[in-house]
Design a protein around this ligand. Structure first.
Ligand SMILES: NC(=O)c1ccc[n+]([C@@H]2O[C@H](COP(=O)([O-])OP(=O)(O)OC[C@H]3O[C@@H](n4cnc5c(N)ncnc54)[C@H](OP(=O)(O)O)[C@@H]3O)[C@@H](O)[C@H]2O)c1
Length: 287
């Protein structure tokens, strides 16, 4: 069984990505959420709503109480995956969790909210990789996987083009405002800094993946402005999508995001995808 790990799976983009994977690939999904275990059943129903139930029911496992501010939940969830599936089966780790406290100026800096953003946007992603990267196939394990009956007797790569046939993927939601070079307006001190730090950890992770002969590539991603519960407090309730200018509803954002995921490849001389942050057009965001 080839697996996708979705961290932050109950959020707007996290739940939409989970549903996309269940509908369009043959990957099994472990959907991690910080919600309590008593909410696992409800989340599972929400993720399987509509036609997806028939296709995805057997392939979805929801793991509650995975609060990324606390390493224990991540360690427990990784042990569950290891115990059920063994190592070398995780093709995608998508870190979707994030938090925004939009400070307009120095006077609105709140140390505990600033710290929480670092815990959620940066350290939480790093800890997710700490516990789940060991479950990604090494290049050698990946070659074996490709000649296994799962690929040969089925429809080929279980990822079905979501990610490249030749790689696994560590994917972190970053943001354009994490770019220092692109900071023309100021504001949002702690969110900007936490996302800049996410870009640094993605770069560093990619070096470790190479050194450990992992099949994975690490990249950061900016989805544009997506109208979700996350952005509504900033954008207002009546905001409409404007795809030409990078403002999307959730379905449009997932279409763009999965298209970029499928293009990531190591050794692509034109792009050099690995260890860098990309936007919804597939353009690189400067550091
Ligand atoms: N929307 C945009 O325009 C936009 C733009 C740029 C970047 N992004 C980034 O995209 C990501 C997703 O954004 P979104 O719009 O989908 O936001 P959202 O709907 O608010 O989702 C936020 C996510 O954080 C997770 N979360 C909250 N507290 C958590 C905790 N303590 N431990 C673990 N997970 C926790 C939630 O999942 P669970 O409840 O399942 O844990 C949820 O998936 C964020 O990283 C955000 O910075 C969004």
């Amino acid at each position: 069984m080839s697996i996708a790990i979705i961290q932050g799976s109950s959020g707007s983009l996290g739940s939409a990505l989970t549903r996309y994977i269940l509908e369009n690939t043959n990957l099994s999904v472990y959907a991690l959420t910080h919600r309590p275990r008593s909410a696992e059943g409800d989340l599972s129903c929400k993720l399987l709503e509509g036609d997806i139930k028939g296709k995805g029911k057997e392939r979805l496992s929801v793991a509650g109480e995975v609060d990324i501010r606390n390493e224990d939940g991540l360690a427990r969830a990784a042990e569950i995956v290891r115990g059920r599936e063994g190592e070398g089966r995780v093709r995608l780790i998508a870190c979707m969790a994030g938090m925004l406290h939009p400070e307009k100026s120095l006077s609105s800096i709140n140390p505990s909210l600033a710290l929480e953003q670092f815990q959620m946007n940066t350290l939480g992603h790093l800890l997710t990789y700490k516990h789940f990267v060991p479950l990604i196939p090494t290049k050698k394990q990946f070659d074996k996987l490709r000649s296994s009956s799962e690929w040969k007797d089925g429809e080929g790569d279980p990822a079905q083009g979501l990610i490249g046939e030749g790689n696994s993927l560590c994917w972190s939601m970053s943001a354009r405002v994490g770019s220092i070079g692109d900071n023309h307006r100021g504001g949002w001190y702690s969110y900007r800094a936490s996302k800049a730090a996410t870009n640094q950890l993605i770069r560093t992770l990619d070096h470790e993946l190479i050194n450990k002969n992992s099949s994975a590539i690490a990249v950061g991603y900016h989805p544009g402005t997506v109208i979700t519960s996350f952005t509504k407090p900033v954008l207002g309730e009546n905001i409409k999508p404007d795809p030409e200018h990078g403002r999307f509803n959730i379905d449009q954002a997932i279409e763009k995001m999965t298209s970029v995921m499928g293009q990531v490849k190591r050794g692509d001389e034109g792009k050099k995808w690995e260890g860098r942050c990309w936007d919804w057009k597939g353009d690189r965001i400067e550091w």
